[in-house]
Design a protein around this ligand. Structure first.
Ligand code: COA
Length: 703
């Protein structure tokens, strides 16, 4: 475990630099919080003038403190922080919790960089600055100005919003979601979210890592930390829409809504997502209390048809469509319900279900090997006592002795149901006020298994590539002062990375065009090649299905004339003579260099699917074969690739390979390529492969 982060989050001794005797000041509140919660380490208040605060001896300076200090919590104004960091360093403090605001968040990055550099020179790490502080139930540590320690529990939360920490702290009691640690990360100038994920993964008091994220500095470090973690991680990401708009720089960029890129990155990191704050609470509760769901068979028990139907709808929505249980399971369940009940799925014991039926069905269903996860629903009726029902469910679970199968519960009713759910949660069974929430929570437990399977499915294969040729093509374009490659050059780069491009060669003269057309074989496609004409069709610079020598000659002259008319001073390299690929299903590949995650790829069906429907999916490059195959299945137009209305399935295997090769190219050339796309890429019937018909590469601006 990282010793310095240990010293910050679980200090054995803590100094409060800026401890104040004045109630209402943060330096007073932090000290009071440490004392009030019964912190089990040593506290050293530091203040230049005070002698005693809250009955404790005060030290004038950190150097006066007699013993060793693990962490210093800084609550003095920003302009004094740098000097305090020096003093702490000289004293041998291991880590700093800097609550003070007034750094990069107000534009003073220089001051922030200065304190980080100083801290590192003394081998100290910084949490913050601009934070509420850090709290730990297992250490009785409230080194913050949040009012109290949260409800005790097994989840730990890292948040970029300090206000949200305080809100979650209080809400943990009303929402009955317990936390061990709440960590405010503020500007994350030094200790990052990724560092904390890694640290919390090793923390014995944490069973689930919950994150509120506004943005990362290094998205790739986060992906690695997530992949390596052995505990469930759940993230709520905010602020995606504004960022997405800002990123809308090019065709592909405008599709690269950051929300989708973040979702892809979370998936690649094995991180479960929460859709909103409520969902973060609900999913955190389930993930912190229950084991993952290892198979797809979800069984729903209920005493009410309506909640059963709502759960059924939710099950489909959250990727766990209900199936009828096998006949023997149904037969056994049928014994615990009236004639008019249903033993299918949901299992409806009807409103007559009391303690005994709930107990028996829960025990049987939970123990049965067909059932991978159990959701028990209850509507409060006049004939039943919610607490008794809850007790029946709990006893059934305990008697089963099973520990590796998840259960979630929903009681719909009033105060009595609420009390019963509270009891269940205290005993480790997540309980929610609505059936769809209980199913959503189960969905998170299933998602966790899927995500872990994905991140461990094998490394990304590194295909044999000719990066030297690709880099030479790029260097030549740069030498000529160009920021984009021509189609021919783009295809040379693509081909160097193993991508199946259509044969394309440059003809400078009519005779060359004829010779090349004969070599490639009729019919051919002719396209203007000019760095000044990017939209070739608009300029009348494209002719398809050119069938013979005469047509080549005629079209050569027409295209040249059109190009000159379109842009008189265009630098015309010549005309590309290109193999005319037979038509297939049109798809598009694109890439951007995302500011957070670096080279990121997009895939979708071409034409209106991409233009109008924005039916695209993203991944941070490079992608594994499994991820590539998943991308094909993710788009709404997936059935078109699978083959609809009697059409043969498309060559998805070859297409997956192309996705891998393309992702490898943009990853390997990330220092050179700002954006690229392959549009269209034609996909043929199974076994007949894929052709990249057009390709475009825009280079990164270099200083
Ligand atoms: N060592 C020890 N104590 C020092 C000191 C030093 N180098 N320099 C100043 N102090 C003392 C002061 O004398 C004062 O004690 P006093 O009350 O006995 O006079 C105490 O530290 C606090 O300094 P003060 O100048 O009164 O500051 P403040 O309490 O008004 O504000 C902060 C300090 C850190 C709270 C404020 O600058 C700040 O950043 N607030 C925002 C915090 C925040 O919102 N964080 C993010 C949450 S999301």
């Amino acid at each position: 475990m990282n010793e310095q982060i240990n010293a910050v989050l679980r200090p054995k001794s803590i100094a409060v630099v800026g401890a104040s005797a004045t109630p209402g000041k943060i330096g007073y509140t932090v000290l009071e919080n440490l004392v009030k919660e019964g912190y089990n380490g040593v506290i050293y208040p530091i203040n230049p003038t005070a002698t005693e605060i809250l009955g404790m001896k005060v030290y004038k300076s950190i150097s006066d403190v007699p013993g060793p200090i693990d962490a210093a919590c800084i609550t003095i104004p920003a302009k004094f922080v740098s000097a305090a960091v020096d003093e702490c360093g000289k004293k041998g403090v291991k880590g700093l919790i800097i609550i003070t605001s007034g750094f990069s968040e107000v534009g003073d990055r220089a001051l922030e960089d200065e304190i980080v550099a100083k801290a590192h020179s003394y081998n100290m790490r910084i949490l913050g600055p601009n934070i509420v502080g850090t709290l730990s139930n297992s250490d009785k540590l409230n080194a913050s100005f949040a009012p109290f320690l949260p409800l005790e529990g097994k989840a730990s939360l890292v948040t970029q919003s300090g206000a949200l920490l305080i809100a979650i702290d209080a809400a943990s009691f009303t929402r009955r979601v317990g936390f061990d640690k709440l960590v405010s990360i503020g500007n994350a100038a030094d200790i990052s979210i990724s560092d904390l994920v890694t640290w919390l993964d090793e923390d014995a008091s944490t069973s689930c890592i919950s994150l509120y994220i506004e943005g990362f500095k290094d998205g790739r470090a986060f992906i690695e930390a997530g992949k390596a973690a052995s505990k469930p991680i759940i993230a709520l990401k905010s602020g995606v829409s504004a960022h997405g708009a800002a990123a809308a720089a090019s065709h592909t960029g405008s599709l690269a809504g950051a929300a989708k890129v973040y979702s892809a990155a979370f998936q690649q990191a094995g991180v479960i997502q929460a859709s909103d704050l409520n969902n973060l609470f609900d999913r955190t509760l389930a993930l912190s209390l229950q084991p993952p769901m290892r198979g797809d068979n979800l069984l729903v028990l209920t005493n009410g048809g309506g909640v059963g139907v709502l759960a059924t709808d939710a099950a489909e929505r959250y990727g766990l469509p209900l199936k009828f249980a096998p006949a023997d399971v149904q037969a056994e369940l049928k014994k615990h319900m009236p004639e008019f009940g249903s033993a299918k799925n949901p299992v409806d014991m009807t409103g007559m279900a009391g303690l005994e039926w709930y107990h028996e069905t829960t025990k049987f269903a939970y123990s049965h090997p067909w059932v991978d996860g159990l959701v028990v629903l209850y509507c409060e009726t006049a004939m039943t006592n919610p607490m008794e029902i809850a007790q029946g469910i709990l006893t059934a679970v305990e008697e089963s002795g099973i520990k590796d199968k998840p259960i979630t519960v929903s009681f719909v009713g009033g105060e009595r149901s609420d009390k019963a759910m509270r009891m269940l949660v205290e005993k480790g069974i997540p309980a929610y006020p609505a059936p769809d929430i209980a199913v959503n929570a189960m969905g998170a437990l299933r998602e966790y298994t899927h995500l872990r399977e994905m991140v461990t499915e094998g490394a990304v294969a590194a295909p044999k590539v000719d990066s030297k040729t690709a880099r030479e093509v790029i260097a030549k374009a740069r030498m000529e002062g160009r920021g984009a490659l021509t189609e021919i050059e783009s295809k040379q780069v693509f081909a160097a990375y193993g991508l199946p491009v259509t044969t394309t060669q440059l003809a400078r003269t009519e005779d060359e065009a004829v010779a090349l057309a004969k070599k490639i074989g009729f019919p051919i496609v002719m396209k203007i090649v000019s760095p000044d004409i990017l939209h070739k069709s608009d300029a009348g610079g494209v002719k398809v299905n050119v069938k013979d020598e005469q047509a080549v000659r005629d079209n050569f002259r027409t295209i040249m004339a059109n190009a000159r008319a379109y842009k008189a001073d265009a630098d015309i390299h010549g005309i590309a003579i290109q193999e005319m690929a037979p038509w297939g299903t049109e798809v598009i590949l694109g890439s951007v260099n995302d500011p957070t995650f670096g080279p990121t790829m997009m895939f979708g069906l071409g034409g209106i699917f991409v233009e109008v429907l924005k039916d695209v999916t993203f991944r941070v490059a490079p992608v594994s074969a499994g991820q590539a195959a998943r991308m094909l299945g993710e788009i709404r137009g997936a059935p078109i690739l699978a083959g609809v209305r009697g059409e043969a399935p498309r060559d998805r295997k070859a297409l997956s390979e192309v996705l891998c090769l393309y992702s490898n190219m943009i990853f390997d050339l990330a220092d050179e390529i700002a954006e690229s796309d392959a549009n269209p890429v034609l996909v043929y019937e199974e076994g007949k492969g894929v052709k990249v018909v057009d390709a475009r590469v825009i280079l990164k601006k270099k200083a």
